[in-house]
Ligand binder design. Structure first.
Ligand code: ATP
Ligand code: MG
Length: 458
């Protein structure tokens, strides 16, 4: 068994020779690192944050690796919760932010329990050294450490070389690593799209060979990683790569089979995703619902067309809603996609056509529409997908009056009274559970049942 390449010496890059500055590290992550270091523990920034900092990108989150054991971490941080059954991780909580702090661990030894396919259970890990921790990670560029004591970058896996050559390469033999955890194939494609890197040839061969094994991964992890494929600003590249390497065929077989039949369908789907990426490049935050709608857009339109033949008198928006629900159904059923994502996608399909005509400032109907919590999603959907809708029969194709709708939203919408007229950030999607739960639901649930008045008790 050669799970990992020959042991190689760590490459240590001192502070003067790399670009990671503490100014770019989240202050709460720094607090965790300093505290662990002051207790004489090793404390490293690990994973994607080191990769992103070295590339001059803003990391999404900051993870910490340490030789302190989970219980020791919990003792030191009052704001710490231990999570995970097989491998305990510490979540150190700062308001809404979580700094995930994990004890260094190693991959299972060759004689570890294997599953029925002769593969190792990826989660059944035990504590290890920093080097072992680097070797159990997925790709070389994700296996780098930043040491808070010396401010050096430590590379046990050849990640620095691959960052330079812009390569996504598995740590160890990709054929083994991908079969051990097929979700890693989706991650390879995601990182390649997100960073603009190429996938190493051996990894590509392994993906082509083992893509069908994705069907064996747990649906909840697949659901999470499917939504992560809609990389902000690079969803077109990510999904088209997933299609080319037949990962999409394993994940969404109905959609992939439909796309297989005609290159024009694929071009239309990639163009719709490209439009969503263009919005992200302009500073918008496209939601997973919009990305999901874009990926299925040509299929939704084709289904609506087919439905129209059966129901020639049905209104367009009704047909498109039915078509969207039908197109998304296989994915929704198989992965239990979050309601907020698929309902938003179906709403966009249904309502985007309303923005084709200019709004009337004094129309109660239009003002009610811009005040509906889903309106911003519909407007964003129209910005991305309007040009991908067929023109109305008999009408000349005209640019949609989206700026007029935006102006009405700002002037008469729900946030008109706020300074600057902009919605406060982090509003829940109207379809998410959080938005639907009444504000006092928790309190109500906890309240004790009332006792009957004393004089009525028998
Ligand atoms: P992003 O910036 O998109 O969050 P990331 O690299 O931080 O990318 P995460 O999913 O947050 O990715 O995972 C954090 C780290 O954990 C990765 O960098 C990698 O080292 C390790 N990791 C995550 N998933 C796996 C896996 N399936 N197999 C091995 N290592 C993994
Ligand atoms: Mg991360």
């Amino acid at each position: 068994m050669f799970l990992f390449r020959r042991k190689q010496k760590a490459v240590i890059v001192p502070r003067a020779e790399h670009n990671i500055s503490r100014r770019d590290i989240d202050p709460d992550a720094l607090k965790v690192l300093y505290r662990l270091a002051s207790l004489k523990h090793k404390a490293y920034l690990v994973g994607g944050s080191v990769r992103d900092l070295l590339l001059g990108r803003k990391p999404k989150d900051f993870d910490v690796g340490t030789d302190a054991r989970p219980n020791e971490i919990r003792r030191e941080f009052r704001n710490c919760f231990l999570v995970g059954r097989r491998f305990r991780l510490a979540h150190i909580v700062f308001g809404k932010k979580i700094i995930e702090t994990a004890t260094f661990r190693k991959a299972p030894p060759p004689d570890a329990v294997q599953d029925e396919h002769g593969l190792y259970q990826a989660e059944d890990n035990t504590f290890g050294t920093p080097e072992e921790d680097a070797l159990r990670r997925d790709f070389t560029v994700n296996g780098l450490f930043y040491d808070i004591e010396t401010f050096a970058v430590i590379d046990y896996v050849g990640g620095l070389r691959d960052l330079k050559s812009k390569t996504i390469r598995s740590i160890g033999d990709p054929a083994i690593r991908f079969r051990e955890d097929p979700v890693r194939m989706m991650r390879a494609v995601r990182f390649a799209a997100k960073l603009g890197f190429d996938i190493a040839p051996a990894d590509l061969r392994a993906i082509r060979r083992y893509a069908p094994e994705l069907a064996n991964a747990s649906t909840s992890r697949l659901c999470e990683e499917i939504l992560r494929l809609f990389v902000k600003g690079a969803s077109r590249r990510c999904l088209s790569l997933a299609y080319d390497y037949r990962l999409l065929h394993a994940l969404l077989p109905t959609l992939a089979a439909w796309l297989d039949q005609d290159p024009a369908r694929r071009d239309a789907a990639w163009a719709a995703l490209g439009a969503v990426d263009a919005l992200a490049a302009q500073g918008h935050e496209p939601s997973p619902g919009l990305a999901l709608a874009a990926l299925h857009w040509p299929l939704i339109l084709a289904k609506a067309e087919a439905l129209r033949r059966d129901k020639p008198r049905a209104p367009e928006h009704f047909l498109r809603r039915l078509a969207a629900e039908e197109a998304l159904a296989p994915a929704v059923r198989k992965y239990r996609l979050p309601r907020a994502a698929w309902m938003t996608a179906a709403d966009i399909a249904e309502m985007v056509g309303r923005l084709r005509h200019p709004p009337q400032e004094h129309s109660g109907r239009d003002v009610r529409f811009v005040n509906h919590p889903i309106f911003p999603e519909i407007l964003m959907g129209a910005r991305a997908l309007a040009t991908h809708l067929p023109p109305e029969p008999g009408a000349a194709p005209e640019p949609w009056p989206l700026d007029a709708w935006d102006a009405l939203y700002r002037a008469r919408g729900p946030y008109a009274a706020f300074p600057g007229g902009l919605p406060p950030p982090d509003l829940p999607n109207p379809h998410s559970r959080r938005a639907r739960r009444p504000a006092n639901a928790q309190k109500r649930r906890r309240r004790k049942p009332r006792r009957p008045p004393a004089d009525q008790t028998p």
